[in-house]
Design a binder for this molecule. Structure first.
Ligand SMILES: C[S@@+](CC[C@H](N)C(=O)[O-])C[C@H]1O[C@@H](n2cnc3c(N)ncnc32)[C@H](O)[C@@H]1O
Length: 224
Protein backbone atom coordinates (compact mmCIF):
# COMPACT_ATOMS: atom_id res chain seq x y z
CA UNK A 1 0.00 0.00 0.00
CA UNK A 2 1.21 3.52 -0.78
CA UNK A 3 2.93 5.52 1.96
CA UNK A 4 0.55 7.78 3.89
CA UNK A 5 0.48 11.41 2.87
CA UNK A 6 0.24 12.13 6.61
CA UNK A 7 3.91 11.35 7.20
CA UNK A 8 4.68 14.97 8.15
CA UNK A 9 2.13 14.84 10.97
CA UNK A 10 3.34 11.49 12.34
CA UNK A 11 4.56 13.05 15.58
CA UNK A 12 1.27 14.83 16.15
CA UNK A 13 -0.64 11.56 15.74
CA UNK A 14 1.71 9.76 18.16
CA UNK A 15 0.89 12.39 20.79
CA UNK A 16 -2.79 11.92 20.03
CA UNK A 17 -2.50 8.12 20.55
CA UNK A 18 -0.82 8.67 23.92
CA UNK A 19 -3.60 11.13 24.84
CA UNK A 20 -6.41 8.69 23.87
CA UNK A 21 -5.06 5.21 24.57
CA UNK A 22 -6.50 5.08 28.10
CA UNK A 23 -10.00 6.18 27.14
CA UNK A 24 -12.91 3.70 27.17
CA UNK A 25 -14.62 2.67 23.89
CA UNK A 26 -16.49 5.55 22.28
CA UNK A 27 -20.19 5.99 23.06
CA UNK A 28 -21.03 6.01 19.37
CA UNK A 29 -19.52 2.53 18.95
CA UNK A 30 -21.38 1.20 22.00
CA UNK A 31 -24.66 2.69 20.76
CA UNK A 32 -24.10 1.21 17.30
CA UNK A 33 -23.32 -2.25 18.69
CA UNK A 34 -26.31 -2.14 21.03
CA UNK A 35 -28.50 -1.22 18.07
CA UNK A 36 -27.05 -3.98 15.86
CA UNK A 37 -27.39 -6.53 18.66
CA UNK A 38 -30.96 -5.34 19.36
CA UNK A 39 -31.73 -5.99 15.68
CA UNK A 40 -30.69 -9.57 16.33
CA UNK A 41 -27.38 -9.59 14.47
CA UNK A 42 -24.98 -12.04 16.07
CA UNK A 43 -21.40 -10.78 16.28
CA UNK A 44 -19.67 -14.10 15.63
CA UNK A 45 -18.67 -14.34 11.98
CA UNK A 46 -19.49 -10.68 11.39
CA UNK A 47 -16.93 -8.39 9.78
CA UNK A 48 -16.31 -4.78 10.80
CA UNK A 49 -13.97 -2.34 9.07
CA UNK A 50 -12.59 0.40 11.26
CA UNK A 51 -11.23 3.38 9.32
CA UNK A 52 -8.64 5.45 11.23
CA UNK A 53 -8.45 3.25 14.33
CA UNK A 54 -5.92 5.46 16.16
CA UNK A 55 -4.81 3.89 19.44
CA UNK A 56 -7.09 0.92 18.70
CA UNK A 57 -9.47 1.01 21.68
CA UNK A 58 -12.62 0.61 19.55
CA UNK A 59 -11.11 -2.19 17.45
CA UNK A 60 -10.35 -4.01 20.72
CA UNK A 61 -13.98 -3.57 21.82
CA UNK A 62 -15.23 -5.05 18.52
CA UNK A 63 -12.87 -8.01 18.93
CA UNK A 64 -13.95 -8.46 22.55
CA UNK A 65 -17.54 -8.73 21.35
CA UNK A 66 -16.67 -11.45 18.84
CA UNK A 67 -16.41 -9.47 15.59
CA UNK A 68 -13.69 -9.96 13.00
CA UNK A 69 -12.07 -6.61 12.21
CA UNK A 70 -10.15 -5.07 9.33
CA UNK A 71 -8.50 -2.09 11.01
CA UNK A 72 -7.11 0.65 8.75
CA UNK A 73 -4.95 3.63 9.64
CA UNK A 74 -2.51 5.86 7.78
CA UNK A 75 0.06 5.72 10.58
CA UNK A 76 2.57 2.92 11.21
CA UNK A 77 2.69 3.98 14.85
CA UNK A 78 -1.03 3.27 15.21
CA UNK A 79 -0.49 -0.25 13.85
CA UNK A 80 2.40 -0.82 16.26
CA UNK A 81 0.32 0.28 19.25
CA UNK A 82 -2.68 -1.85 18.27
CA UNK A 83 -0.53 -4.92 17.57
CA UNK A 84 0.92 -4.61 21.10
CA UNK A 85 -2.51 -4.17 22.71
CA UNK A 86 -4.36 -7.07 21.09
CA UNK A 87 -4.47 -10.30 23.16
CA UNK A 88 -3.04 -13.27 21.20
CA UNK A 89 -6.34 -15.20 21.32
CA UNK A 90 -8.09 -12.40 19.36
CA UNK A 91 -5.26 -11.95 16.82
CA UNK A 92 -6.65 -14.40 14.19
CA UNK A 93 -9.78 -12.20 13.84
CA UNK A 94 -7.78 -9.00 13.21
CA UNK A 95 -6.27 -7.67 9.98
CA UNK A 96 -4.31 -4.42 10.31
CA UNK A 97 -3.76 -2.33 7.17
CA UNK A 98 -1.54 0.77 7.08
CA UNK A 99 -2.29 3.27 4.33
CA UNK A 100 -4.64 6.03 3.20
CA UNK A 101 -8.25 4.93 3.53
CA UNK A 102 -9.04 6.75 0.27
CA UNK A 103 -6.97 4.21 -1.64
CA UNK A 104 -8.42 1.05 -0.19
CA UNK A 105 -10.54 -1.59 -1.76
CA UNK A 106 -12.76 -2.55 1.14
CA UNK A 107 -14.08 -6.11 1.57
CA UNK A 108 -17.82 -6.74 1.98
CA UNK A 109 -18.62 -5.92 5.60
CA UNK A 110 -21.44 -5.75 8.12
CA UNK A 111 -20.17 -2.56 9.75
CA UNK A 112 -17.94 0.31 8.64
CA UNK A 113 -16.95 2.36 11.65
CA UNK A 114 -15.02 5.62 11.32
CA UNK A 115 -14.69 7.54 14.57
CA UNK A 116 -13.43 11.09 13.93
CA UNK A 117 -11.42 9.91 10.93
CA UNK A 118 -13.39 10.63 7.71
CA UNK A 119 -12.92 14.41 8.12
CA UNK A 120 -9.19 13.86 7.55
CA UNK A 121 -9.90 12.73 4.00
CA UNK A 122 -9.05 15.43 1.45
CA UNK A 123 -12.30 17.04 0.23
CA UNK A 124 -11.71 16.12 -3.41
CA UNK A 125 -11.41 12.42 -2.45
CA UNK A 126 -14.40 12.38 -0.11
CA UNK A 127 -17.22 11.55 -2.58
CA UNK A 128 -15.33 8.49 -3.83
CA UNK A 129 -14.54 7.35 -0.28
CA UNK A 130 -18.20 7.73 0.73
CA UNK A 131 -19.33 5.65 -2.22
CA UNK A 132 -16.66 2.99 -1.47
CA UNK A 133 -17.96 2.76 2.10
CA UNK A 134 -21.51 2.47 0.86
CA UNK A 135 -20.78 -0.25 -1.67
CA UNK A 136 -18.76 -2.29 0.84
CA UNK A 137 -21.78 -2.75 3.12
CA UNK A 138 -24.11 -5.71 2.83
CA UNK A 139 -27.87 -5.06 2.91
CA UNK A 140 -28.73 -4.50 6.58
CA UNK A 141 -25.12 -3.45 7.30
CA UNK A 142 -24.29 -0.26 9.18
CA UNK A 143 -22.06 2.77 8.91
CA UNK A 144 -21.21 4.71 12.08
CA UNK A 145 -18.92 7.68 12.43
CA UNK A 146 -18.56 11.44 12.48
CA UNK A 147 -18.32 14.21 9.92
CA UNK A 148 -17.05 17.70 10.75
CA UNK A 149 -19.52 20.55 10.29
CA UNK A 150 -18.81 23.76 8.42
CA UNK A 151 -18.86 25.81 11.67
CA UNK A 152 -15.96 23.81 13.12
CA UNK A 153 -12.97 25.89 14.22
CA UNK A 154 -10.66 24.06 11.82
CA UNK A 155 -12.82 24.89 8.79
CA UNK A 156 -10.80 27.02 6.38
CA UNK A 157 -7.56 26.37 8.28
CA UNK A 158 -6.91 22.79 7.35
CA UNK A 159 -7.40 20.75 4.17
CA UNK A 160 -9.96 18.42 5.70
CA UNK A 161 -13.54 17.52 4.71
CA UNK A 162 -16.26 19.66 6.29
CA UNK A 163 -19.98 19.42 5.61
CA UNK A 164 -22.97 21.66 6.13
CA UNK A 165 -26.08 20.12 7.63
CA UNK A 166 -27.73 20.19 4.21
CA UNK A 167 -24.76 18.27 2.73
CA UNK A 168 -24.89 15.70 5.53
CA UNK A 169 -28.61 15.18 4.91
CA UNK A 170 -27.81 14.67 1.21
CA UNK A 171 -25.13 12.08 2.07
CA UNK A 172 -27.75 10.20 4.11
CA UNK A 173 -30.09 9.81 1.12
CA UNK A 174 -30.81 6.19 0.33
CA UNK A 175 -29.73 5.02 3.80
CA UNK A 176 -31.99 4.24 6.74
CA UNK A 177 -30.98 6.93 9.24
CA UNK A 178 -30.73 5.48 12.74
CA UNK A 179 -28.96 8.56 14.13
CA UNK A 180 -28.09 12.00 12.78
CA UNK A 181 -27.02 14.13 15.73
CA UNK A 182 -25.44 17.55 15.38
CA UNK A 183 -23.14 18.91 18.09
CA UNK A 184 -21.88 22.48 18.36
CA UNK A 185 -19.87 23.08 21.53
CA UNK A 186 -16.82 24.58 23.14
CA UNK A 187 -14.57 21.69 24.10
CA UNK A 188 -11.03 20.40 23.78
CA UNK A 189 -8.95 18.64 21.19
CA UNK A 190 -5.61 17.13 22.13
CA UNK A 191 -4.08 20.40 20.95
CA UNK A 192 -6.10 22.54 23.40
CA UNK A 193 -9.47 24.35 23.56
CA UNK A 194 -11.54 24.05 20.39
CA UNK A 195 -14.91 25.08 18.95
CA UNK A 196 -16.42 21.81 17.73
CA UNK A 197 -19.10 21.30 15.12
CA UNK A 198 -19.69 17.70 14.09
CA UNK A 199 -22.34 15.18 13.17
CA UNK A 200 -22.68 11.70 14.69
CA UNK A 201 -24.14 9.24 12.22
CA UNK A 202 -25.49 5.72 12.44
CA UNK A 203 -26.83 4.65 9.05
CA UNK A 204 -28.17 1.37 7.80
CA UNK A 205 -27.82 0.07 4.27
CA UNK A 206 -31.33 -0.96 3.22
CA UNK A 207 -31.66 -4.67 2.48
CA UNK A 208 -31.11 -5.43 -1.21
CA UNK A 209 -34.45 -5.87 -2.90
CA UNK A 210 -35.04 -8.99 -4.97
CA UNK A 211 -36.10 -8.32 -8.56
CA UNK A 212 -39.73 -9.31 -9.25
CA UNK A 213 -39.99 -13.03 -9.98
CA UNK A 214 -36.83 -13.85 -8.00
CA UNK A 215 -36.73 -15.78 -4.74
CA UNK A 216 -38.96 -18.59 -3.45
CA UNK A 217 -42.56 -18.59 -4.68
CA UNK A 218 -45.36 -18.45 -2.17
CA UNK A 219 -47.19 -21.79 -2.72
CA UNK A 220 -50.53 -20.21 -1.68
CA UNK A 221 -50.30 -17.64 -4.47
CA UNK A 222 -49.28 -20.20 -7.09
CA UNK A 223 -51.76 -20.52 -9.95
CA UNK A 224 -50.34 -23.75 -11.40
C1 LIG B 1 -8.71 11.84 15.27
S1 LIG B 1 -7.97 10.30 15.05
C2 LIG B 1 -9.30 9.20 15.58
C3 LIG B 1 -8.76 7.90 16.10
C4 LIG B 1 -9.83 6.99 16.70
N1 LIG B 1 -10.75 6.52 15.69
C5 LIG B 1 -10.57 7.70 17.80
O1 LIG B 1 -11.79 7.84 17.73
O2 LIG B 1 -9.91 8.10 18.77
C6 LIG B 1 -7.96 10.04 13.32
C7 LIG B 1 -7.20 8.82 12.89
O3 LIG B 1 -7.37 8.67 11.50
C8 LIG B 1 -6.13 8.39 10.90
N2 LIG B 1 -6.18 8.96 9.54
C9 LIG B 1 -6.27 10.27 9.20
N3 LIG B 1 -6.33 10.40 7.88
C10 LIG B 1 -6.25 9.15 7.36
C11 LIG B 1 -6.25 8.64 6.05
N4 LIG B 1 -6.35 9.43 5.01
N5 LIG B 1 -6.18 7.30 5.89
C12 LIG B 1 -6.09 6.46 6.97
N6 LIG B 1 -6.08 6.91 8.23
C13 LIG B 1 -6.16 8.24 8.43
C14 LIG B 1 -5.08 9.06 11.77
O4 LIG B 1 -3.82 8.45 11.61
C15 LIG B 1 -5.71 8.87 13.14
O5 LIG B 1 -5.26 7.68 13.73
Amino acid sequence: MAKSSLGDSALRWKRYYRWTSKRPPRDLLLQTLNHVEWEGTRARGRLAIELGFGAGTDTLELLRRGWSVVAVDGQESAATILAKRVPPRWRPRLTILVGPMEELQLPRADLVYASFSLPFCRPERFPELWSTIRSSLQGGGHFAGQLFGDQDEWHGERPFSFHSRREVVRLCRGWKVEMLRETVEEGRSFEGPKHWHFFDLILEQPPTRKAPGQGPRDPKSSKS
